[in-house]
Design a protein around this ligand. Structure first.
Ligand SMILES: *[C@@H]1O[C@H](CO)[C@@H](O)[C@H](O)[C@H]1NC(C)=O
Length: 362
């Protein structure tokens, strides 16, 4: 029995290694950077943009370190530069390749240990599995759930969302809560949050949550960027962008950063290979147009639009240039209540949720 188990684990390691999927991250490292103040933050920001660095986490000066992934070539330049400014740093991940291989292995063992009992929100489901779940819930609860196929992604995957309502969206006095996830492909943990929300609202409604279902209409879009997500499973675990391919713009780099493809504060860029390339123009991507159209259609009633990311423990609100909306005080209040609620359930090792304007916090 023991030998059998060991053999399975060993063959998993071999499969992972020989598949070559993570090869491009061999020798990549992740470094924690202790920011003392806004000056340090600016130094790192400049480096990030000059060298197209992949930030795993934006830090908070004096509170939590930044995490930045570096190729072997970048490491020399960046660490020297940090030293020059007296900015302290430490090695957080010694080899990203092995980090990713270990992640795969853990996921395989987890799935094996759960075998038949795994439901989509306890897993990292494929895009097809997500759609199958949405279809099943809609078919099983037709009186409160409506399935909408919003359109097709660049690679022709159906992008679907659920409308959940005890009044079929006909009561215009009800607020709408629009929840979405997975605009950034590698942020795998975000889709299960939406699926679990659907589960709790529809399949497993608790008495104390009844007001959430009855007093609010819900729009839940679990996977905004299915092409990027599938690519992050099959080819590049760190993929973040869409997969739109425009040879007239670039023959080597595909996709755009969905976050920066909206028309709010859209900033043109002539660097299609940048991790944060905003696209040739605002809403160049069908994936962001689908989000835009939901917002336009229900703008009069949407009270919360929650776009779930997994970059870190933050509740962030607009705008991305540090200016505030007229309801910023209200957003801060709601965000703080959310943050405190999540703090009460977070793992002891995780940081407290930081609440504030996205540009000022990050
Ligand atoms: C909800 O309303 C739509 C029209 O907007 C209609 O097509 C659908 O049949 C209604 N569903 C239920 C359960 O009444």
């Amino acid at each position: 029995m023991d030998i059998h188990v060991i053999f399975i684990i060993f063959s998993v390691v071999l499969n992972t290694v020989s598949s070559g999927k993570h090869d491009k991250y061999a020798g990549y490292t992740v470094h924690g950077v202790h920011l003392r103040d806004v000056q340090d933050q600016r130094v790192l920001y400049e480096l990030q943009h000059k060298l197209n660095l992949d930030m795993w986490r934006y830090g908070v000066p004096g509170d939590r370190p930044s995490l930045v992934m570096l190729s072997p070539k970048q490491a020399d330049v960046v660490l020297n530069e940090l030293d020059r400014y007296g900015i302290k740093h430490y090695l957080d991940v010694a080899d990203v390749f092995w980090n990713l291989a270990e992640f795969d292995q853990n996921l395989i063992s987890y799935r094996r240990s759960r075998s038949e009992r795994l439901v989509p929100f306890e897993d990292y489901p494929t895009h097809a599995e997500v759609n199958a779940y949405l279809e099943r819930v809609a078919a099983q609860y037709p009186e409160i759930v409506t399935l909408v196929t919003a359109g097709k992604s660049w690679e022709s995957r159906d992008i679907k969302y659920l409308k959940i309502s005890t009044t079929n969206f006909t009561d215009s006095s009800k607020p709408i809560y629009f929840m979405m996830a997975m605009l950034h492909a590698r942020e795998w943990v975000t889709t299960p949050v939406t699926l679990y929300s659907i589960h709790r609202l529809v399949e497993n409604l608790r008495n104390e949550d009844r007001d959430l279902l009855e007093g609010t209409d819900w729009i839940i879009l679990p996977m905004a960027n299915p092409d990027g997500y599938e690519y992050s499973i099959s080819d590049d675990r760190m993929w973040r962008r869409t997969r739109s391919n425009r040879p007239e713009i670039s023959t080597t780099c595909v996709g755009v950063d969905g976050n920066r493809n909206f028309d709010a504060l859209y900033q043109p860029s002539n660097n299609p290979c940048s991790l944060t390339f905003p696209g040739p123009h605002a809403f160049s991507e069908i994936e962001t147009r689908i989000v835009r159209d939901i917002l336009h259609k229900y703008v009069d009633r949407i009270q919360v639009h929650l776009d779930i990311h997994s970059h870190g423990n933050y509740v962030l609100f607009p705008w991305g240039d540090g200016t505030l909306t007229p309801n910023a005080a209200q957003l801060f209040h709601v965000g703080s209540v959310m943050g405190a609620a999540m703090d009460s359930m977070k793992l002891p090792s995780a940081g407290f949720y930081r609440v504030g304007n996205s540009a000022l916090i990050l």
